[in-house]
Design a protein around this ligand. Structure first.
Ligand code: BES
Ligand code: ZN
Ligand code: ZN
Length: 505
């Protein structure tokens, strides 16, 4: 898709779908005859089509309320084939970078994509005023809405009738929009879609070794360094917590490490850790079948981290970024871990495994130790870690567990630009004693309540003094209810937030 700015206010261009955002106030003004304040664009378009647009809008009782729109097919072969009027909210004086403010653009993009697909239109023009195109994040959000809402996972389907994709997005504006913006948006979308593909693939195909192959191919294409720790190497470095989860599966476990180094020398290093359980049956603490159905999604953290590495290999932030992806299956056989078994993690701490379904924290423990041992400034981990986090925050919000207030604030803010909801949660010291074990240094579950917090506290036992945030994405990683730019199944949650965060350092 080519994205460009078209200067001038004349209607002397040709496009397929003309999109006109309009506020309630503007619409009222434009229907008043000879009013000095009536908006130029609507009036011009109205004139051009011999008053048809305003007549139609009146007939449809379209009032330009936010979240409403009206589609008009134009007669004959004039300038465009259809016009989409979109109710645009009154300009908010407050935070232009708020979640809601940026989301209007993402929703506009999603609406355009849906409309264009249903009419099989390829070239789009969006008129400025009252929406604005000089804010980089607005434009990125618009392009994201366009691209991400049309994502389909069709690897396993025979598809005959594909709607043509949008080839051109012209923004009718006199402001100079940064050239790099379209590229940045494109890269963020491609990366999000890679994460979605990985999550949507059945666990029989998206195995730990498939994630290894994916990492190798990302490294080759993006000039990243790749290191793979297989079972033997994991034994050598004493990652027995990770290994214990993989015992019940015939798939081999791995720890994938990817490194991005910027051209200019830097001392700042950010490490990303992603939970890569390619299928979570629960192990001997087996899940009920309803709870197991979607558990191919339990490698969403890994998908987020791998896809973020793809994005940064292309967008090249100025900090060094390392990704650590512990990956295996949580299955059952004669060798699988039993509830009550004790394992020793890479930092020498012994863990009593009382619930084999609390396996994510076990594989993350060793990966966190490795990330800290390698030495870095900040660690972020992403994991579909607890059902309790979904109970607490619902399926739109990820929980951010950290003692670093500034880091938490930055992540929430970047999330607002990315259209991803994150919310700070406490690492409540009061609950740490719930993790005391009578026979080992720690046990892998807490009590009945506050499960997302005790999971976070468990992880904190494996990070000594590096600033660290744990992001529980169990809620937003996978969805049954598609909405706008979010499609059914894997969401690719966290890719854009993390990439934006890394680009801001
Ligand atoms: N992968 C699950 C968490 C999960 C649940 C992710 C629903 C996405 C949707 C995790 O491994 C798990 O089973 N956690 C247990 C922990 C408990 C045994 C302490 C849970 O949340 O029930
Ligand atoms: Zn589990
Ligand atoms: Zn799990």
């Amino acid at each position: 898709m080519r994205v460009y700015a078209r200067k001038g206010k004349n209607l002397d261009f040709s496009t397929d779908l003309l999109v006109i955002p309009v506020t309630e106030h503007q619409l009222k003004q434009s229907s008043k005859k000879d009013s000095a304040t009536r908006t130029v664009t609507i009036a011009k378009v109205n004139q051009y089509f011999d008053n048809l647009p305003l007549r139609e809008l009146k007939r449809e009782a379209f009032k330009a309320k936010a979240q409403t729109h009206s589609l008009l097919r134009t007669p004959g072969d004039k300038m465009c084939k259809a016009i989409l009027f979109v109710g645009w909210p009154k300009k908010e004086k407050k935070d232009e970078n708020s979640f809601e403010a940026v989301m209007h653009y993402r929703k506009l993009g999603a609406l355009i994509s849906k409309t264009a697909a249903s009419l099989r239109l390829k070239r789009i023009t969006v008129l400025e005023e009252p929406c604005i195109f000089n804010e980089k994040e607005n434009l990125i959000a618009l392009i994201e809405g366009l691209n991400l809402s049309s994502y389909r996972f069709e690897k396993y389907k025979k598809v005959d009738d594909k709607a043509p994709s949008i080839t051109e997005l012209a923004l009718q504006t006199n402001k100079s929009i940064a050239k790099g913006v379209a590229k940045e948006a494109e890269v963020l979308c491609q990366a999000t879609m890679l994460a979605r593909d990985l999550v949507n693939m059945p666990a029989a195909d998206c195995t730990p070794s498939y994630l290894v192959r994916t990492a190798r191919s990302l490294a080759k294409k993006g000039g990243l360094r790749v290191q793979i720790f297989d079972r033997n190497r994991l034994k050598k470095i004493k990652a027995f917590s990770l290994l214990s989860v993989s015992e019940g599966s015939s798939e081999n476990p791995y720890l994938i490490k990817l490194t991005y180094k910027p051209k200019k020398r830097t001392t700042k290093v950010i490490s990303l850790v992603g939970k890569g359980i390619t299928f979570d049956s629960g192990g001997y603490s087996i899940k009920p079948s309803s709870g197991m159905m979607d558990m191919k999604c339990d490698m969403s953290g890994a998908a987020t981290v791998l896809a973020t590495m793809k994005a940064i290999a292309e967008l090249k932030p100025s900090v060094e970024v390392r990704a650590y992806v512990p990956t295996c299956e949580n299955m059952i056989n004669g060798k699988a871990t039993r509830p009550g078994d004790v394992v020793k993690a890479m930092n020498g701490k012994t863990i009593e495994i009382l619930n084999t379904d609390a396996e994510g924290r076990l594989i993350l423990a060793d990966a966190l130790v490795m990330a800290e041992k390698d030495g870095c400034d900040t660690i972020l981990d992403f994991a579909t870690l607890t059902g309790a986090c979904m109970v607490a925050l619902g399926d739109s919000y990820a929980g951010v567990f950290t003692k670093e207030e500034k880091l938490s604030e930055q992540l929430v803010k970047k999330g607002a630009l990315a259209g991803e909801r994150l919310w700070p949660m406490p690492l409540a010291e009061e609950y740490r004693e719930q993790l005391k074990s009578s026979i080992a240094d720690i046990k892998n579950i807490g009590g009945r309540f506050g499960g997302a917090i005790t999971a976070g506290l468990f992880l904190s036992e494996f990070v000594k003094d590096t600033p660290w945030a744990h992001i529980d994405i169990a809620g937003p990683a996978f969805t049954e209810a598609p909405k706008g730019h979010i499609t059914k199944g894997g969401v690719g949650f966290g890719v854009r937030t993390t990439t934006k965060y890394l680009l801001s350092l």
